[in-house]
Design a binder for this molecule. Structure first.
Ligand code: MG
Length: 381
């Protein structure tokens, strides 16, 4: 049952190219299905979440992270009576614009684009994918998703200024995104905070002892679990702590947001949009815990020398190839040659690289740059 403030698919502002309604799937259900069947969605499997060098097959990649976000987002949406089809669609599409190598890739592309007076943003790139790069239908380019899904894509975790980004003006930039879209920001973060503790320990970069020492809330859970299961294997105690942590955060998000929606007297989806701030948020206490986990992960995992040395190397891979195609645009695939007639070369090269998987870009680097470096080394000798 939807709450009165859920965004119903009948209220959608529709698609760019009008289509006949489907006999048994709502507009948002169709959008979800279009995302799942897209090539960009399949590529998530070979894109870095945190660990590029996958020494273990148990680490999350962008696809499994996306599925975890969808699970959490659906739980929150159904507990709050939101439209879980729209929420699920937004969760499944939320990372589709990520370049290879996770944040290293994003940083390298953004740095390159700033050099040409532009930026790289993964939300904007996701919008270009669903509007332009996915080719599946004879009638139009892109997936022809509903307005609300496209709006949710660009408003994921950030706001835009219409004067700076006039091309986004149609997306109601002075309004908050629907509550269904607001769920995704938190579901994303709650998912990766817990997952990265898990993968961090699996990788050997983090230890259980360090987590217990640095995160008092985690230590409290550990003591609880030790009391309940004194004889369990430490590995199982750890996963029980992670399970409890995630459950605690998601439950807090549901209660705190539900309380906020009631206190603000929101009875329609449009009122949530007009409200001066995003209503889907954790309580003050849980938010402090979220921040502490995030800071800990930055300091001890993401910025650890093991991961940051790797990142520098990966940023170089992207910079090398960016330079290569700027100098040799004729070597771009035919479809990007076409795009060169309409857009600046830097944007075309950026789009091409951003769409790549980790595997593909490493092979390209080997073929285009690796080989060339060998030749130059031989020449110097
Ligand atoms: Mg994500």
């Amino acid at each position: 049952m939807y709450a009165p403030y859920a965004l119903r698919s009948e209220e959608s502002r529709g698609r760019r190219y009008p289509e006949k309604p489907h006999p048994y799937r709502s507009a948002f259900q169709r959008d979800r299905d279009r995302v799942v069947h897209s090539r960009a969605f399949r590529r998530l499997e070979s894109k870095t979440q945190v660990f590029t060098n996958r020494e273990s097959d148990h680490f999350r990649n962008r696809l499994t992270h996306t599925i975890e976000v969808a699970q959490i987002a659906r739980t929150v949406a159904s507990a709050l009576g939101l439209n879980s089809d729209l929420t699920e669609t937004l969760a499944l599409v939320h990372d589709i614009g990520h370049p290879p190598f996770g944040h290293a890739g994003e940083k390298a592309l953004d740095r390159k684009m700033r050099h040409y007076g532009d930026i790289f943003d993964h939300n904007l790139h996701a919008l270009r994918i669903v509007e332009y790069f996915e080719l599946r239908y004879p009638e139009f380019r892109g997936l022809n998703l509903t307005f609300e899904v496209r709006e949710g894509i660009i408003k994921h975790s950030r706001d835009w200024d219409a004067s700076e980004f006039p091309e986004l003006a149609e997306y109601l930039l002075d309004q908050r995104p629907p509550l269904e879209a607001q769920v995704i920001d938190l579901a994303d973060e709650l998912a990766y905070n817990v997952a990265d503790l898990d993968d961090g320990v699996e990788s050997g970069i983090l230890s259980l002892e360090l987590i217990r020492e640095r995160l008092p809330e985690f230590e409290r859970l550990w003591k609880e679990v030790e009391k309940n299961y004194p004889d369990a294997l430490p590995k199982l105690k750890f996963s029980e702590c992670l399970r409890r942590k995630l459950d605690h955060m998601v439950t807090d998000l549901i209660h705190a947001s539900g309380h906020r929606i009631r206190a603000a007297r929101i009875h329609r989806a449009s009122e949530a949009r007009q409200y001066p701030e995003r209503l889907l948020r954790l309580s003050t206490e849980a938010d402090a815990e979220r921040r502490a986990t995030k800071e800990f992960l930055h300091e001890c995992l993401y910025d650890s020398s093991m991961l940051s040395d790797d990142r520098e190397r990966l940023e170089d891979v992207i910079s090398d190839l960016f330079r290569f195609w700027m100098e040799n645009p004729k070597d771009l695939p035919a479809s990007y040659q076409e795009q060169l007639e309409q857009e600046k070369p830097a944007r075309v090269v950026c789009d091409y690289i951003a769409g790549m998987t980790d595997n593909f870009i490493l092979r390209e680097h080997e073929a285009r740059i690796g080989g060339r470096e060998d030749v130059e080394q031989k020449r110097r000798r």
